[in-house]
Design a protein around this ligand. Sequence first.
Ligand SMILES: Cc1cc2nc3c(=O)[nH]c(=O)nc-3n(C[C@H](O)[C@H](O)[C@H](O)COP(=O)(O)O)c2cc1C
Length: 354
Amino acid sequence: MGVTAPVLQSGMGGVAGPELVAAVSNAGGLGILAALNLRPDAVRSAIQQVRRLTDRPFGVNIWLHDDVRRPPDVAEHSDLVRSVQSALNELRPRFDLPATLEAPRPMPDLVDAALEVMIEERIPVFSAGLGIPEPELVNRFHEAGTRVATMVATTADALSAVDQGSDVVIAQGHEAGGHRSHGCKLPAAEASGTGTFTLVPQVIEAIGDRVPVVAAGGIVDGRGLAAATMLGAAGVLMGTRFVATAESQASQLWKDRLISGAGTTVLTDGFTGQWARVLKSEYTDHWADHGGPPLPGLLQAAARADLQRAAIAADDDQMQPLYAGTAFDLLDGLPSAGNVVTSVVTEAEQLLGR
Ligand SMILES: Cc1cc2nc3c(=O)[nH]c(=O)nc-3n(C[C@H](O)[C@H](O)[C@H](O)COP(=O)(O)O)c2cc1C
């Protein structure tokens, strides 16, 4: 992918904007822009902004999840709307919000439009999460001169990604912050998946002779890069480490919670409807005790949009998703993203005696 440091910064909605991406790429790693939920003109302007800030390779990420690429019809889920809104109504008084049983507004269909912009813009790397790019899409990216990197959480999906043409596979262990990289909703017991230390060598045995494999999940420093290298990975992708950097767009509240090291993480589907690792909170406890199944696609996020806005306005760390991987309590301070890339590589080289 044209990088000089084997460090990828994950695409992360609301976190990975042009400044973070350019800082990582300028330090020799691969910065990846988040395009989920952005309208096509916003995707294009973010790509152009990255190009103004760096002449190094970079990536753009989007989810290919079945229910996100083809948003579900909310009218077909009226029973679920009632049960989800009833569970959320118990939390609304916290912010003086009125109770509601109304259906959320339908989610706009933005993924295919964003993909078209990425192809037109001939981006260096396309990064797919929560789904595997089909051969036709991979071919169109290849014709545009774009490499395709696909994140998976199982060996079966790694094989499928390579069979369908992906150039790089990112193996995401269950330590990872943010969403589990599955292309459809799995039952809770399966969603958690395999840890990075086990998954990475398994994926390398399955496809490592065909494409480079990158390790993701619970890696925040040079020890993680050195260990991943010993497992046979070509590099690491980090999310949580880059949330807590100077250039990240995450709120100060979120950064402070990460570097405080306090608390623990849980998997929940109560924020977006898809399984994600976040800091445990009153909301995740409430959803575990009183939430039913969530609404499909991103309708769950739309149903709680009023709570989300109110929690952000009130700087309330208990009612918004603070995505975090299990290694968050190893973070120290809020360095610049370029320093993260350099220090992770330097520490790993020392440990590996290179
Ligand atoms: C705040 C946050 C947002 C994320 N957003 C995305 C996303 O939009 N697309 C995606 O493919 N992965 C996303 N991820 C998951 C990462 O790609 C990756 O698997 C994970 O961050 C690796 O584990 P770590 O957080 O322990 O480094 C996100 C992760 C975090 C922490």
